[in-house]
Design a protein around this ligand. Sequence first.
Ligand SMILES: Cc1ncc(COP(=O)(O)O)c(C=O)c1O
Length: 425
Amino acid sequence: MSHTADPPSLDSGTLDLTPAGAGAAQPWRDPAGYWAELARATAHLPAPAGVLSLPALRANTADLLRRANGVPLRLASKSLRVRGAIDALLALPGFQGILAFTLPEALWLARTCPDVVVGYPGTDRGALVQLAADAQLASRVTLMVDDEAQLDLIDSLVPPARRPALRICLDADASWRSPLLGFIGTRRSPVHAPAEVLDLARRIVARPGFRLVGLMMYEGQVAGVGDAVPGSAAMNLLMRQVQRRSMDELRGRRAEIVRQLRGLTDLEFVNGGGTGSVEATGADPSVTEITVGSGIFAGHLFDTYRAFAPAPAAAIGFDVVRRPAPRIATVLGGGWIASGPPGSSRVPQVAWPRGLRLLPREGAGEVQTPLSGRAAAGLAVGDRVWLRHAKSGEPAERLNEFHVVDDGRVTAVLPTYRGEGKAFL
Ligand SMILES: Cc1ncc(COP(=O)(O)O)c(C=O)c1O
């Protein structure tokens, strides 16, 4: 395999993710053909080569829309970090607005997107001052709050009388307090019971310079935890029970919180969920929108759910650079470990060729990743190995661009946030 530096000529730099019809080709169902085609189309690119398959992206988009069953989808930008993909999705009916991960990012995105909710509280003073100084940005960006101290910080930077009212979304804890298993969920918001949420909401509403417009309750224990993890039969059974009980509890509590909040303020949206919980969250009548992101590029963690099976749309090609033993082939780089609890689920997965695995004592390395297995014997220096990251947005922090492949050729090159010189987090 040889890799030259010449870029291909491109039809366009933009992406059309209009879902294909039911009879659309599903090339990933034939893994040998799929990976061979991606490899051929990008053989001229130096490794690491970030690739997105257009038919896979379209299928994943269509499947999220199908699962949402008409409930609008808000895009989790952290799970994409590629503006060309974000723009292409927002152009489709069914998607509206972005859940950004920092305020500087939100200010950048709000230049073109009129509805950006910052998913997490932040303290970037410069960005807060910029938001408070610009009526248009203030009308487009919503800040996440779960503690009055976050509002005090804003007031200390720009007093309420000297700024437009800032849009606020209240983040309420969606965890499940299991009598037997304890706290199950993400450790985020301190307000959980309806009375606690209402108390904070009243205090927000009473303060000048803020407008409470949204509620977010993210059920990470359902949205972000697979219930069909290979080799974990007992844990999968337990997770299914936990997730069912948790959604039952959440449905009643969320309804009560929303009912009381609506008596206090004009709520524009009630946000919940993530890729792993689209149907469960969408079935809750209190929810007006579902956040999704990971299901588009489909990091391999999202292969472990019963409810859906995304196509492996994103992959990174790494090159074999040495052969330390007959059944070991070593690629340059590869150690892109995903966030979350450290463990084997967070390392990259070899998508192709099949039959390669990481060495337990070395794992995926900063500069070298030895891969062992039968397939290693057939690999030579210069051959390409395809890895999938565990998460969906994090590879964009390592790559300047993704190459979109359709029908055997590169049809678009999409800069990542990093490629645009933007490192937000
Ligand atoms: C607040 C919030 N909502 C939704 C999501 C779901 O995003 P995704 O669909 O990428 O899993 C996340 C992911 O962590 C999140 O933090």
